[in-house]
Design a protein around this ligand. Structure first.
Ligand code: PLP
Length: 423
């Protein structure tokens, strides 16, 4: 089944990443749930879309990270998917957490995670949120401007600060340096302010953007970070001891990026001279994207021609597939049930281009009345889908349920069935 990227690893890599029956367990869970739903009699909303989450995949990805990036401790970016089961599973595997707000911090603390394991990685924080972090013992946070330093000095002077620097993220799908990050030219004034206010600068952070295609930006960012370490020393500040290499890591490119990152760390922060420096990262999508599968049912259909139809499903861009608008994702619809026939582990039920097997052209739409709510403008399906059929989308755990809206009255009660393919 093509949706599980682990299948694309070499056999040697697969042996290091034992995964058992993951697809079968996912499909079994999808089937069990759909089989309980009778479209003729169910209560309103009983047939809502739902996820299957494989916590075993999350665990495998954590092991894989430790193999590929042994010097780098991951702080999971909660914003990506703030589900409690995910947080608990990662916490139990010595993963730490990147929180962007008060409620994310609250959520992680509620799972019994110590505040030292949290970085408040938002360079512009509300004063009340800074006070909340102070009260709850969350000391690590990022900043990139002078005004933030004054707030921190006033409300949380015990903070352990990381200076976020700008990166070249021009090749990234989701760019972040347009919004955050201090230019290297502005570093001196920030360091002077840190010194003047008596604050505790412990390191540097960066984020090269998500979905980047040019990984040389990682090398440049590590080099820039090292420059900031050196400049801080020249300002007489205590030696910096932490480098945060941000997020943007994805399963399909992690081996390549890890190679580049490890080489850059070894070059600019060699063990011999920088043994005291710890390295952290803020991966979000890496840990959850491939762990989630979403199932939705066909609620409407309009025939456009003999071989073309508009298919309306009960999830869309205002719901769990907001990733299409916000995160540049292009989820692939595949057939789960057609005319009550279950497509067991058949990943060849759709194609982006017409093929011998997939000839039925569809555009796929979400349930709201907005014309923007288009899941896919052109796809070719193996079957001529009907109302009551089910489709599924793989690799859909990142930036999906975390930003779903109740627009048009479609309340988002995120229904997730958890399985563990590692058991
Ligand atoms: N860290 C910060 C500061 C971010 O803004 C983001 C995403 O916006 C992340 C980490 C996680 O990025 P990703 O999910 O691409 O790994």
């Amino acid at each position: 089944v093509s949706y599980n990227p682990i299948a694309e690893l070499s056999s040697k890599q697969q042996a290091e990443l034992p995964h058992e029956q993951s697809h079968e367990k996912i499909f079994r869970a999808l089937k069990e749930k759909v089989d309980t739903i009778n479209h003729e009699t169910c209560d309103a909303g009983d047939e809502n879309s739902f996820f299957v989450c494989d916590l075993g995949e999350v665990a495998r990805l954590k092991h894989y990270w430790a193999k590929l990036l042994p010097r780098v401790t991951p702080f999971y970016a909660v914003k990506c998917n703030p589900n409690l089961e995910i947080i608990k599973r990662l916490a139990s595997m010595s993963t730490n957490f990147d929180c962007a707000s008060k409620s994310e911090i609250e959520k992680v603390l509620s799972c019994g995670v110590a505040p030292e394991r949290i970085i408040y990685a938002n360079p512009c924080k509300a004063s009340s949120f800074i006070r909340f972090a102070a009260k709850n013992g969350v000391k690590k946070s990022t900043f990139d401007n002078v005004d933030e330093l004054y707030k921190i000095q006033k409300y949380h002077p015990e903070s352990e600060l990381l200076l976020r620097i700008v990166t070249d993220d021009s090749s990234a799908q989701c760019r972040l340096s347009t919004k955050y990050g201090c230019k290297l030219d502005d570093v001196p004034v920030l360091l002077e302010t840190v010194k003047e206010l008596g604050l505790n600068l412990i390191g540097v952070s960066f984020h090269v953007g998500s979905g980047a295609s040019d990984f040389s930006t990682v090398t440049q960012a590590v080099k820039d970070a090292r420059d900031v370490f050196d400049i801080a020393e020249s300002y007489g500040l205590p030696a910096l001891k932490m480098l945060d290499v941000g997020g943007g890591y994805q399963f399909d490119t992690i081996t390549e990026v890890a190679g580049v990152l490890n080489a850059a760390l070894d070059h600019f922060f060699p063990q011999e001279t920088h043994a005291d420096v710890s390295f952290i990262a803020e991966p979000g999508r890496y840990f959850v994207a491939t762990a989630f599968t979403l199932a939705a049912t066909v609620i409407g259909k309009r025939n456009v021609s003999d071989k073309e139809s508009m298919i309306y499903i009960n999830d869309g861009v205002y719901g769990n597939m907001n990733c299409i608008l916000f995160d540049h994702q292009e989820p692939t619809p595949r057939v789960l049930y057609h005319n009550d026939q279950f497509s067991y582990m058949d990943s060849n039920t759709s194609s982006k281009v017409p093929t011998e097997a997939c000839k039925n052209r569809v555009s796929m739409w979400g349930p709201t009345c907005d014309g923007l709510d288009c899941v896919s403008s052109e796809f070719y399906m193996k079957y001529d889908l009907d109302v009551g059929d089910w489709v599924y989308f793989s690799d859909i755990g990142a930036y999906t349920c975390s930003a779903a809206t109740p627009f048009n009255g479609f309340e988002q009660t995120v229904d997730i069935i958890f399985i563990d393919s590692a058991l």
